[in-house]
Design a protein around this ligand. Structure first.
Ligand SMILES: *[C@@H]1O[C@H](CO)[C@@H](O)[C@H](O)[C@H]1NC(C)=O
Ligand SMILES: *[C@@H]1O[C@H](CO)[C@@H](O)[C@H](O)[C@H]1NC(C)=O
Ligand SMILES: *[C@@H]1O[C@H](CO)[C@@H](O)[C@H](O)[C@H]1NC(C)=O
Length: 421
């Protein structure tokens, strides 16, 4: 079996632009959730985790540093973020292929949950008021979810598999998992894989608020709003950004002397077959996804030292996932010996990018032997008996870790990363 390793990382997150700044802020316990502008004043939720503006060197986002004017106009923000994250990941991996053979063996698999809601919204209004002439020729290319992947291939000339996943909040994890299968199966040697999202728009907030998914009581205290596993948690907080991993076939990476962060050992998928937005109480789908990832990784539950949970800070979701983790990992140990954290306290819920950014955090946890904290976990709710790494990071020698992602519609995925042996 061809082995798959991680050789490059790239991120645009509410904490910062770039992996280095993001990771530093995450470990320092900073939070990227902020008060939104006036456009949101009539909504029950007026906060979100937005990417900070600024210059690249200071960890801020400025599209001019990444795109020429024409590109910027032709690309929706979620595509722009993915261009930046892919660029960083490729540079980190030291992969700048030139030969036809190399370009054909490099692919892209990048998903998004929603795509450009802003374009759908403003074009609808333009069409309603002014008809055909008011619709921009750029509308469709900006709208489509797979154009983020498409723009990356065009920018770099990659001619390998060109794929895009849209499975709500599991998109990022499915993209990385599917990409690893392309490498294992021999369709590519290198895959640029991840997820991207930018849909912090009044309409999206209205929709998620009406679905009763969002935390509504924290408009005046945004950094306390996302509180996975905490007694006062009351819903998720929308976030935006992109995460990209460069995945590479092991021998290929070894031959060119690439730095290897970790091995992607396992990928498990499942469905709840239960309800549109609510998980079953015991987290049956989550359990199956994790179990399948471990079977694929040839690891026992007792070998997992850290779980980066999907835990979005909703009442039911956190309970279901926790119950699934305890049932699986609790076969070999007592609850307080199980190490779990949710980085959503710091970055909110990046929807289609969440699985990718959290996979990246999990890779760094394995690489640096540190568990990033769960922010705002002041009073663990009843029944939460594991170690959730509250508020400050903890050192732990991590050989094997799991990253979970679940989405509306009942779709679940788990990725298992390990130190290279
Ligand atoms: C990848 O897909 C995009 C969007 O469909 C397309 O525009 C692009 O040409 C494709 N790239 C390759 C190399 O086939
Ligand atoms: C699986 O996906 C569903 C999507 O509805 C999600 O709500 C749920 O949390 C996941 N399953 C669990 C935790 O069992
Ligand atoms: C959990 O983390 C603690 C550090 O806080 C460490 O001492 C312990 O060994 C870890 N347990 C596992 C199973 O990795």
């Amino acid at each position: 079996m061809r082995r798959v390793v991680v050789t490059g990382l790239g991120a645009v997150t509410p904490l910062a632009l770039g992996v280095k700044h993001t990771w530093k802020h995450l470990l320092a316990g900073q939070c990227g959730i902020k008060k939104l502008g006036e456009k949101f004043n009539d909504l029950p939720v007026q906060i979100a985790a937005t990417v900070p503006a600024g210059n690249k060197d200071d960890g801020g986002w400025n599209p001019k540093e990444w795109l020429v004017a024409g590109e910027e106009r032709g690309m929706a923000l979620f595509s722009q973020y993915s261009i930046a994250a892919a660029e960083e990941a490729l540079q980190d991996a030291g992969w700048a292929p030139k030969t036809e053979e190399e370009l054909e063996r490099t692919g892209v698999c990048l998903g998004s949950g929603i795509g450009s809601l802003e374009d759908a919204y403003s074009s609808s209004i333009a069409y309603e008021s002014g008809g055909l002439k008011k619709v921009s020729p750029r509308f469709v290319p900006r709208l489509l979810i797979n154009l983020a992947a498409g723009h990356i291939t065009m920018k770099h000339g990659f001619k390998g598999p060109n794929h895009s996943v849209s499975t709500a909040c599991t998109s990022g994890a499915h993209s990385i998992g599917d990409a690893s299968r392309f490498i294992q199966f021999g369709d590519a040697d290198i895959m640029v894989a991840g997820g991207s999202e930018s849909c912090i728009h009044p309409l999206a907030i209205a929709g998620f608020a009406r679905a009763r998914s969002l935390a509504t009581d924290w408009n005046d205290n945004p950094t306390a709003s996302s509180r996975p596993f905490d007694r006062a948690r009351a819903g998720f907080v929308m976030g935006e950004g992109a995460g990209v991993l460069v995945l590479e076939e092991y021998e290929h990476a070894k031959k060119r002397g690439a730095k290897i962060y970790a091995e992607l050992l396992g990928y498990g998928l499942s469905a709840d077959a239960h309800h549109i937005t609510a998980p079953p109480k015991d987290g049956a789908g989550a359990y199956l996804a994790m179990k399948r990832a471990l079977v694929h990784a040839k690891k026992g539950p007792g070998e997992v030292q850290y779980v980066n949970a999907h835990a979005t800070s909703t009442l039911l979701g956190d309970v279901a996932e926790n119950s699934a983790i305890c049932r699986l990992l609790g076969e070999d140990r007592r609850p307080h010996e199980i190490n779990i954290s949710s980085t959503k306290g710091a970055v909110g819920h990046l929807l289609g990018a969440a699985g990718a950014v959290e996979a990246l955090f999990t890779v760094l946890a394995v690489h640096e032997n540190v568990m990033p904290p769960t922010l705002n976990l002041d009073n663990p709710d009843e029944g939460f008996e594991c170690n959730y790494v509250p508020n400050i990071p903890q050192q732990n020698k991590i050989d094997v870790a799991v990253s979970n992602s679940f989405g509306f519609g009942g779709t679940n995925a788990s990725l298992c990363f390990a130190k290279l042996r």
